[in-house]
Write a protein that binds this ligand. Structure first.
Ligand code: ADP
Length: 323
């Protein structure tokens, strides 16, 4: 762990990492990064790196946790043992249980749980690299992952902390500010400014709390814009991919299409041969059929006439003889 800095804010009003008092760290969001999750998000908040995965709505196990009128939301926050400087003992501890509980409560209200009775919506967040503010980073990622999973929500939840260092309020504490500062207040808000998480570590006057809340609200608004943009970019990209797929088919599609075409051609050729045969028969047969009876008829008629004539002749002769 680094030593306590002498000063957190320099004469220019800038913090140790060069940020202004009300400036949040850089946020990077990638949506839909895990193929097997229903929704997922990888998020970087400064040097924090977190991965969120959402599963559900799905069957509740164990069944006794099932709610007959709504879905239950479960939230599991976990810090990887390699996420901090000194190796963290793996597995759940008091801190991760607390963070999981308050984070679930911060999100649950935003989900239309009544749409999915008797089911569960599971949120898992893994902290891969920790650098102060992991619960807020995790909440931001979880909120985006829920949206990516298509879970109906009233809106996104955005989180950001404020605190006090050198008797000055600052937004989104860095590691040193968190470790040695006078106060740390993580906050989560809905997109219309409703607070869904507020914790406080340290001491603040009521005035400081009010001002700090406004600073954190602005920080959350900035995070919200980045979350929203990331989701929009992701779905625009997906639409483009789908469009590309229709324009340029994959190798498999081309091969399948060619195979189908060949089999169609074979069918057509076979059909043509059949048609030709049928055509020949049809063309020739009718001639035979049409001509044959007539010719036969004519021939028969001629034969009959000849016979008649031949037969009649003696009659005539007979008649003649009689006469
Ligand atoms: P948050 O990460 O939400 O700010 P805390 O204020 O409890 O939560 O923790 C501040 C920072 O302290 C964490 O981001 C992490 O860098 C560090 N930290 C937390 N727990 C441990 C731990 N068990 N071992 C080492 N470092 C830790």
């Amino acid at each position: 762990m680094s030593d306590k800095p002498e000063k957190f804010i320099d004469e220019n009003g800038l913090r140790l990492d060069g940020r202004k008092l009300d400036q949040i760290r850089d946020v990077k969001i990638e949506v839909g990064v895990l193929a097997r999750a229903d929704g997922s998000c990888y998020l970087e908040f400064g040097n924090n790196k977190v991965m969120a995965a959402v599963y559900g709505p799905r069957e509740v196990h164990p069944r006794h946790q099932q709610e007959s009128t709504r879905a239950i939301v479960r939230y599991k926050y976990n810090m990887a043992s390699f996420s901090v400087e000194d190796r963290k003992r793996p597995g759940p501890d008091r801190r991760s249980t607390e963070v999981s509980k308050v984070s679930r409560e911060a999100l649950e209200d935003q989900v239309f749980t009544e749409y999915f009775p008797k089911s569960a919506i599971d949120v898992f967040v893994e902290v891969l690299q920790a650098d102060a503010g992991t619960r807020t980073a995790a909440l931001n990622a979880a909120s985006v992952a829920l949206a990516d999973a298509g879970i109906p929500m009233r809106g996104l939840v955005s989180a950001c902390a404020f605190g006090k260092v050198d008797d000055t309020l600052v937004v989104d504490l860095s590691k040193d500010e968190d470790n040695y500062g006078q106060a740390d207040v993580p906050i989560a808000m809905t997109q219309d400014g409703k607070i869904t998480l507020l914790q406080m570590d340290g001491h603040l006057t009521p005035e400081e709390l009010k001002t700090g809340l406004l600073m954190a609200q602005e920080g959350c608004r900035q995070v919200y814009e980045i979350q929203r943009q990331a989701l929009m970019d992701h779905y625009a990209k997906m639409q483009d991919t789908n469009k590309d797929e229709t324009e340029a088919p994959s190798v498999e599609e081309v091969v399948t299409a060619e195979e189908n075409k060949d089999s169609e051609d074979v069918t057509t050729e076979a059909e043509e041969v059949e048609e030709e045969v049928a055509g020949e028969t049809d063309e020739e047969k009718p001639e035979i059929k049409e001509n044959a009876p007539e010719e036969e008829k004519e021939e028969e008629e001629t034969d009959e006439k000849i016979v008649e004539e031949t037969v009649e002749e003696p009659d005539t002769e007979e008649d003649d003889s009689h006469e």
